[in-house]
Design a protein around this ligand. Structure first.
Ligand code: P6P
Length: 331
């Protein structure tokens, strides 16, 4: 099969945007470059003294792994060097990072990023991921502002994730479908491997941390029991698959069909996952792939965002499975 690289694909698709002058294309290419650098470090984390914890605690109150910082630094450096971004919001930073440089003075975009989601899995060699979300700036000029990030998920220009797993994949959408690229280390290029990804309308996998069962809302408890019942006609019981790395679980479910749920728990009364740089980008991708993403009673991408690190419950994946889980939530 003729190899099509990410760069070639981006240029080809640029015509999807008649007014585009290549800024978004350059930004997507910058993300691809940072992803290759992060992948190189993640894939040898076991060998190089970058394992273990810095001992510092991030704004989420979580112990920060050195690779978290490395990944954050790489993406921030790539966005600063590319000149297309006027501000960055990151899981690793309390406040936004405004960019006020000569090359970024005409920047049109802001990027929200979770540089290394699931980083607690690094030391045990489980897949981790980067999630990104791109908006057009609302402010007129100069460095971006916090308000540039307070937009609905439906206003995203592009969104995607990189999964550092048995292979390194970049999956993204610009609102015209979802495409997946696999890194070919022998040529150092992301190559189109999953064109026009679409998620099955139903599947046999449910992903949830059942250790929190006692504290789940009643509707979730009933849905879990529904998943476990014997019913050949509806392919039940489903299989429980929960890696502890959301990007890995959601990527697998995107391909095979399935549902991932992170509901409210006593420890996370508003849910654990973040709206801005985890749930909105993942919701954009799943919707573009024919799936669905809800907070339990409304579409993720229509939730009002009021603060950068706002949490939300997340029900995401095959539309028939999400709808069924919402029936249990609302009954
Ligand atoms: P728990 C990783 O920290 C993360 O944000 C998701 O990637 C993952 O699915 C979830 O949290 C795991 O959380 O509470 O089940 O360990």
């Amino acid at each position: 099969m003729k190899v099509k690289t990410l760069g070639q694909f981006i240029i080809e698709k640029q015509s999807d945007f008649p007014y585009a002058k290549g800024e978004l294309s350059r930004l997507l290419r910058d993300i691809g470059i940072a992803a290759k650098i992060v992948n190189r470090e993640v894939s040898k984390a076991g060998l190089v003294e970058i394992l273990g914890e810095t001992g510092e605690v991030n704004v989420q109150g979580e112990v920060v792994k050195k690779l978290d910082i490395f990944a954050n630094d790489q993406f921030i450096a790539a966005f600063k060097a590319g000149g297309e971004v006027c501000a960055i919001a990151s899981e690793e930073n309390d406040d936004i990072i405004p960019i006020d440089s000569e090359i970024s003075k005409n920047a049109k975009y802001v990027v929200a990023i979770d540089p290394l989601d699931g980083s607690s899995n690094i030391d045990v060699n489980v897949s981790v991921g980067t999630i990104f979300s791109i908006y057009r700036r609302k402010s007129s000029s100069g460095p971006g502002t916090k308000e540039d990030f307070f937009q609905h998920g439906t206003d995203q220009v592009a969104a995607g994730y990189i999964i550092y797993g048995s292979s390194c994949m970049l999956v993204y959408t610009t609102g015209k479908g979802v495409n997946g690229f696999t890194l070919d280390p022998s040529i150092g290029e992301f190559c189109l491997s999953h064109p026009n990804m679409s998620t099955p309308e139903s599947g046999k996998v449910y992903s949830i941390n059942e250790g929190n069962y006692l504290h789940f809302p009643e509707g979730i408890k009933h849905y879990i029991k529904y998943c476990q019942e014997e019913d050949m006609a509806s392919n039940r019981p489903y299989s429980s698959r929960y890696i502890g790395s959301g990007v890995a679980d959601i990527h697998r479910n995107l391909i095979t069909g399935g549902i991932y749920i992170y509901p409210t728990t006593t420890k996370s009364p508003k849910g654990k996952l973040r709206l801005l740089y985890e749930c909105n980008p993942l919701a954009f991708i799943l919707e573009q792939a024919g799936g669905m993403a809800s907070n339990g009673n409304k579409r993720i991408m229509e939730i009002e965002i009021k603060e950068l690190h706002q949490r939300t419950p997340l029900f995401i994946g095959s539309c028939k499975m999400v709808k069924k889980s919402l029936e249990f939530m609302q009954s």
